[in-house]
Ligand binder design. Structure first.
Ligand code: URA
Length: 440
């Protein structure tokens, strides 16, 4: 067996067997298969696809590239939530501490920026001192102590995903159902979760632009999860517009702190947090139905438990919890640019895809695997979605880092602002959640 012939077979549309897939995954981790060969193979998968058997084999090989945590010693089995990638998506920072605070353990293994979308780990690492690289034993200890943690793939937790994920990002090989399925589930299974609420993003700013491909991704994730002993459900949610009021790294941590303290929580963040959190509570057996789950989480939120648990996690992971309250302790932009509404009318939001692409180019994401993230870069939506804006009114603030902003940045950003005719209804925005696909 050799990498060249396996790549050629996939390039020409063949189905790979388990041994071939394992050969490449093991070779990725040992270094026996080069990065250019892995990239070429994944590009072939991107165009040729994989059937459910190949997808499951890839997921298992990636899972078995490292350890698998075992939480089976009693108590509520661990649950998790994962998004397929969005812009301004900070739901993990809200839902994980809230769900943990009601007694469901959440060992959350997440990713970094991918394509034009932000990464949970990059955002968290803007908190001074906070670490996300842990040995499996440390993850277990954090979950026992705090109820949840945020960790990344590592040499022992889904190491194959760490390698393939970074290559897919740099080589634009993200929007592939089998590759997304294996990437998400290998790290979730490695963390030992027994149930999983999936936030499958749909729209211009998502990797799946329409409902049909999003449903296909959801079905692939649910079916593969079941083969790994994980109960899963999928929420299809709109990702045309930036989620919440910020996108970037440090700025999303600031917004998450505000939300957990119950200070002006945007409707969409509240809606998705409660909905995904309720699914985690139901799937883990903590509550009997979604409405009980929502009430439990709403109460925990109002009582400040989500915020308290988040601060505990920051401290336990080596970060400075004061950063959540003193904005000067988080990295802040060196310059700002104000962006005006292109016309008068009802403000709907900011288009997620071009905004995410700008954040990446400006240093908030990676263009190469070895790029360093600039945590200061981001955007801040100043106008309330659903409110009336005037032509020329500042509705968006761009937060800049070290990279110079091209001359046309503001006119370009003005094109991301969605304004509808003044006749459109004020204050009424459709819910983000479009449909739910439950575990079979
Ligand atoms: N999240 C992941 O962990 N992997 C993907 O491929 C996409 C989203």
């Amino acid at each position: 067996m050799n990498a060249k012939s396996i790549i050629r077979r996939k390039r020409d549309g063949a189905k790979l067997d388990e041994a071939e897939i394992r050969f490449l995954v093991e070779g990725a981790v040992s270094g026996a298969v080069s990065e250019y060969q892995l990239t070429s193979w994944m590009m072939s998968v991107f165009f040729r696809g994989m059937d459910p058997r190949e997808t499951a084999a890839l997921t298992v090989a990636m899972l078995e590239s490292g350890d698998r945590l075992d939480f089976s010693s009693g108590g509520t089995p661990p649950a998790d939530k994962h998004s397929t990638g969005g812009v301004g998506d900070k739901i993990s920072f809200l839902v994980a501490p809230l769900v943990a605070s009601v007694g469901v353990p959440v060992p959350m293994v997440s990713g970094r920026s991918l394509g034009h979308t932000g990464g949970t780990l990059d955002k968290l690492e803007s908190i001074p001192g906070l670490r996300t690289g842990f040995e499996p034993e440390e993850i277990r200890a954090l979950v026992d102590r705090v109820g949840f943690c945020f960790a990344g793939q590592s040499k022992r937790i889904a190491p194959a995903d760490a390698i393939l994920y970074a290559l897919r990002d740099a080589a634009s090989i993200v929007e592939s159902i089998p590759l997304i399925t294996a990437s998400i589930l290998s790290k979730k299974a490695a963390a030992g979760v027994r149930s999983l609420a999936l936030d499958v993003k749909v729209g211009e700013g998502a990797f799946m632009s329409g409902p049909e491909p999003a449903r296909a991704l959801a079905r692939s994730l649910i079916a593969t999860a079941e083969q790994l002993g994980i109960r899963a459900c999928a929420h299809l949610t709109e990702m045309d517009r930036v989620l919440g009021r910020t996108a970037g790294n440090a700025i999303e941590i600031t917004e998450s702190g505000r939300c957990l303290r119950n200070e002006a929580v945007p409707d969409d963040l509240r809606e998705l947090t409660l909905s995904l959190g309720a699914s985690m509570c139901v799937l883990s057996g903590r509550v009997a139905d979604r409405s009980e789950g929502q009430s439990l989480l709403r109460r925990a939120w109002e009582d400040g438990h989500g915020y308290e648990w988040f601060l505990r996690m920051v401290e336990a992971q080596g970060g400075d919890p004061r950063a959540l309250e003193r904005p000067g302790l988080l990295p802040v932009a060196s310059r700002h640019l104000e962006v005006a509404a292109p016309r008068a009318g009802v403000f709907r939001g900011v288009r997620a895809r071009p905004a995410g692409e700008w954040i990446t180019e400006a240093g908030g994401g990676r263009l190469r695997t070895d790029d360093r993230i600039d945590p200061r870069v981001g955007i801040e939506v100043l106008a309330e979605p659903g409110s009336r804006v005037d032509r020329g009114e500042t509705v968006l603030l761009l937060h800049l880092g070290d990279k110079p902003a091209p001359q046309d940045t503001c006119p370009r950003a003005s094109g991301w602002i969605q304004v509808e005719d003044s006749g459109a209804s004020l204050g009424v925005l459709p819910p983000r959640e479009m449909e739910r696909i439950d575990s079979a």
